[in-house]
Design a protein around this ligand. Structure first.
Ligand code: PMT
Length: 398
């Protein structure tokens, strides 16, 4: 993935919750991504984890007090707040949330929060009764009004052996919101519809026709569009992947299901990206009961599926951008150009599936981009990086 964290000054405020140990892993990940992480700990946070843990992981001093021995230490709230690209407070206790909501500045973390003009992200972590108490609910509402981003805690079993809302959010989700905050919002206000994965064409209750698409390329396209500020709907065939953060996923099974889901939304969409590998044919009849193996052959009579992208090309509205994908093992340029024209596309990403380290299922891809008036050869790289490079080109079309 394009490294959005490299060189960014991220202040992590750690407050007194048992979940403090979890954010040690977050610091380690951010440091590996080459972010410059400075940790501020409250007094209660130091009862759970030592400052040394964060110093070792971040490679930077951990700040614990308003009043230090050096000039920089005694003005830390000013210098840290001024230089920050992001302030992340995790885990954030009910007490810290209350102090922040009321502008109380009685320690280094809360004063830094008042000084900084960078985005502030807050990850509450507490017992579910504390989280749902009207005082906490009111304070969180106030924080949102101020413009702080409060990320919902997860649901589950907590250290106090109660189950409910209040567990610290998962890093993968938090990381996506932070990455979005550090990314240029080129697609703000744009509705983007992406299809991903294979379709399954049922023969009977046990069997189906399908293909090797894993959905990785389409999900990477969705992740990258979310980061750039788009309102993303992902129409996905069956995959083993979890829904990317911030994306609205609609799960479908067959080509006909995908056709219906896409066509229902396409008119109100600014950019449509068809990454999915749609089955061209389906069994002409779906048997109600499992077909006996001796009778399979007569049941393998096929019927053509609708071509969703061709239909979208016909219905393309003024200013709408239509992007197709193609998986080809030979004559990439000629095959891609034929599809670009036939389906009335603005861009087609032709995936080279002649090798094993690209195309279906692989983590990486090798893609040739074709426009009506030119082409770009993308490097062999990860699917996430490929997606970022494709969106860089889509920006130029919009
Ligand atoms: O999912 P992964 O494992 O990450 O793999 C990614 C991928 C290789 C599947 C993907 O990047 C890719 O190349 N997708 C297109 C696969 C393909 O072969 O498409 P096609 O040549 O059959 O179709 C061309 C375009 O028309 C595609 O955008 C397709 O979504 C669309 N189409 C095709 C048939 C059909 N009935 N309806 C369609 O909309």
């Amino acid at each position: 993935m394009t490294n959005v964290f490299a060189g960014k000054n991220i202040i992590l405020g750690v407050t007194g919750s048992i979940a403090a140990f979890k954010v040690a892993g977050w610091v380690s990940t951010l440091a590996k991504e080459e972010a410059n992480v400075s940790v501020i700990m409250t007094d209660s946070a130091r009862r759970f984890v030592t400052p040394l843990t964060f110093e070792a992981l971040s490679g930077n001093k951990t700040y614990c007090s308003m009043f230090g021995s050096s000039d920089r230490d005694s003005m830390a709230h000013i210098s840290l707040g001024r230089e920050a690209d992001l302030l992340l407070i995790a885990p954030a206790t009910a007490n810290t949330i209350a102090r922040l909501a009321n502008g109380i500045a009685d320690d280094l973390l809360t004063t830094t929060a008042l000084v900084t003009r960078a985005g502030v992200f807050i990850c509450p972590a507490m017992n579910s009764k504390m989280y749902s108490h009207p005082a906490t609910v009111t304070n969180i509402r106030k924080l949102k009004k101020i413009g702080y981003h409060v990320l919902d805690p997860a649901h589950g079993m907590m250290a106090c052996k109660e189950e409910g809302e209040g567990r610290l959010a998962e890093w993968d989700d938090v990381a996506e919101y932070l990455a979005k905050a550090l990314t240029e919002q080129e697609f703000i206000g744009k509705k983007v519809l992406i299809t991903a994965g294979p379709t399954r064409e049922p023969l009977d209750p046990a069997r189906f026709l399908s293909n090797r698409s894993s959905g990785k390329m389409g999900y990477a396209m969705a992740r990258s569009a979310f980061r750039r500020g788009a309102d993303v709907t992902l129409i996905s065939g069956p995959t083993a992947l979890s829904c990317p953060t911030g994306v609205n996923r609609i799960e479908v099974e067959s080509a006909q299901d995908m056709f219906d889901a896409v066509l229902k939304r396409s008119g109100k969409t600014d950019i449509i990206v068809k990454t999915s590998a749609v089955a061209d044919y389906r069994p002409a009849k779906r048997a109600e009961h499992k077909v006996k193996k001796e009778q399979i052959e007569p049941h393998l009579c096929l019927k053509q599926n609708p071509d969703i992208l061709y239909e979208l090309g016909k219905r393309k509205t003024e200013g709408q951008i239509l992007i197709g994908f193609a998986a080809e093992s030979q004559d990439l340029r000629a095959a891609g150009m034929r599809k670009l024209k036939k389906k009335n596309l603005d861009l087609i990403a032709v995936n080279d599936i002649s090798g094993t380290n690209s195309g279906f299922e692989s983590e990486n891809n090798q893609v040739l981009l074709l426009f009506s008036d030119g082409s770009v050869d993308l490097p062999h790289t990860s699917k996430q990086h490929t997606a970022d490079l494709i969106w860089d080109k889509i920006v130029l079309l919009s």
